[in-house]
Design a protein around this ligand. Structure first.
Ligand SMILES: [Zn+2]
Length: 299
């Protein structure tokens, strides 16, 4: 048996077939995410899924941008990344079109589950995944179950306050959240507002500027914010492993040293030896996580 896995992002939709052990059975098919509303997005998903479907497929596992109500399989809230996506009845539309059981997870939960079951968290009971891209998201996975929270929004770890971000406004509207200085956008913002080069557009470029003190400072501040956050989460949750993934993991040794140092200083001393690892999330991670959730008979 096998599962059709779908990843719906702000810029593209990816679809693949995944076997029971998480193995990818086909190449990943992709299409740009339509810009004009939920109906067009769901039509594009159906078309891609129909193209790769095989008779042995017995479920559909969806990972989607936005806050997902997994109980109803619909989109509870969505940022402007997909226009008109809030309220989209993802499960009922796909269930009707394909006649298969459908599960829907938020993309942070799907990626976290993929990392926890098939990536660095394999074989561990309690895994915290911190996804550091433009912002900071993530997931808590306990014994193969992503913890969704009461309304599907659990895992917005970047919106916790840390001292390194005091006084800095966060994209969510609040002040002092870790994401404001520790996410990719926040690190670049720290650098630019201190007078850094306007030519720098990524944290990887910042990491290559060894002789630019403003770059080093921005990376250190971002790393400390993330490490402090990781330490606080470790004290709260006592995980077997805390994994840092996402585009900012390319931010180099200076950044990572600051993450590790702040982590050891912030976590409860008895937990300061908790493994903290950097990892890559490949394009299949969300698909494998979404399939795992569907294959385990979740509603
Ligand atoms: Zn925030």
């Amino acid at each position: 048996v096998s599962c059709i896995a779908v990843d719906i992002g702000g810029t593209k939709i990816a679809v693949g077939r995944v076997g029971d052990g998480g193995e990818l059975l086909t190449d990943i098919a992709t299409a740009p995410t339509p810009a004009h509303g939920a109906d067009a997005v769901l039509a594009a998903v159906s078309e891609l899924a129909a193209r790769i479907r095989e008779p042995s497929d017995d479920c559909i596992g969806v990972s989607s941008a936005g806050i997902i109500d997994s109980a109803s399989g619909s989109v509870r809230a969505a940022t402007s990344s997909i226009a008109g996506w809030a309220g989209a009845p993802v499960r009922s539309v796909l269930q009707e079109a394909f006649g298969l059981p459908v599960t829907v997870l938020g993309d942070g939960h799907a990626v976290g589950l993929g990392q926890a079951m098939y990536g660095v968290g394999k074989g561990k009971g309690t895994v915290v995944v911190l996804a550091v891209g433009t912002g900071i998201g993530g997931a808590l996975v306990i014994d193969g179950q992503p913890q969704l929270g009461a309304g599907g929004a659990a895992g917005h770890f970047g919106h916790m306050p840390v001292p390194e971000a005091t006084g800095v406004s966060c994209p969510c509207g609040a002040n002092g959240h870790a994401e404001a200085v520790g996410g990719g956008t926040g690190i670049l913002e720290t650098y630019r507002s201190a007078g850094g080069s306007p030519l720098v557009t990524s944290t990887a470029q910042l990491a290559a500027r060894h002789d630019d003190q403003l770059a080093v400072d921005a990376l250190r501040r971002g790393g400390r914010a993330l490490g402090t956050l990781a330490g606080a989460l470790t004290s709260a949750l006592d995980p077997d492993l805390i994994a840092v993934s996402g585009g900012v993991t390319a931010a180099g040794a200076v950044w990572w040293a600051a993450v590790e140092q702040a982590f050891r200083a912030s976590a409860l001393p008895a937990l300061a030896d908790t493994p903290l690892v950097r990892t890559e999330a490949g394009p299949a991670t969300a698909l494998r996580g979404a399939a795992y959730f569907a294959q385990r008979g979740n509603p």
